[in-house]
Design a protein around this ligand. Structure first.
Ligand code: HEC
Length: 107
């Protein structure tokens, strides 16, 4: 292989390598459908039992606690629940959490 081809291969593989370390949004979507969708809309801004999670990471602050959205503050809400949301601490593996966050970041 010529050197430019090697470089191309490297950049094509890069997202694949990165996605293993981070979350898999497609798997997160499945978890969301199973565990969250009964209370949260993801693709419309309409409220269900809980607020819509569309634009979750784009908002200035979370509706529930006024904190800036980030992996830590969103995970905190998922794990502790409160105000009508059940706590999910212990329900998810670290990989599940990364997958869920990756999905929520696509909304
Ligand atoms: C039984 C209903 C219910 C289920 C199931 C549920 N939630 Fe919630 N969720 C709520 C309610 C109600 C709130 C609002 C709580 C508040 O204002 O503090 C909320 C708030 C949130 C928030 C904060 C949004 C904001 O803008 O502050 C996030 C993030 C969230 N839920 C994610 C999830 C995820 C991810 C799941 C699945 C793992 C899930 N929820 C499952 C009812 C639910």
């Amino acid at each position: 292989m010529s050197p430019p081809m090697n470089r191309l291969t490297f950049f094509l593989l890069l997202p694949l390598l990165a996605s293993g370390a981070a979350g898999d949004a497609a798997k997160g979507n499945e978890l969301f459908d199973e565990q969250c969708a009964q209370c949260h809309h993801a693709y419309t801004e309409e409220r269900k039992k809980g607020p819509s999670l569309k634009w979750l990471f784009v908002k200035d602050k979370l509706d529930s606690n006024g904190k800036a959205p980030g992996d830590a503050t969103v995970l905190e809400k998922i794990e502790k629940g409160g105000n009508g949301m059940p706590p999910f601490s212990g329900s998810f593996s670290n990989q599940d959490k990364a997958d869920l966050l990756a999905f929520l970041r696509t909304l």
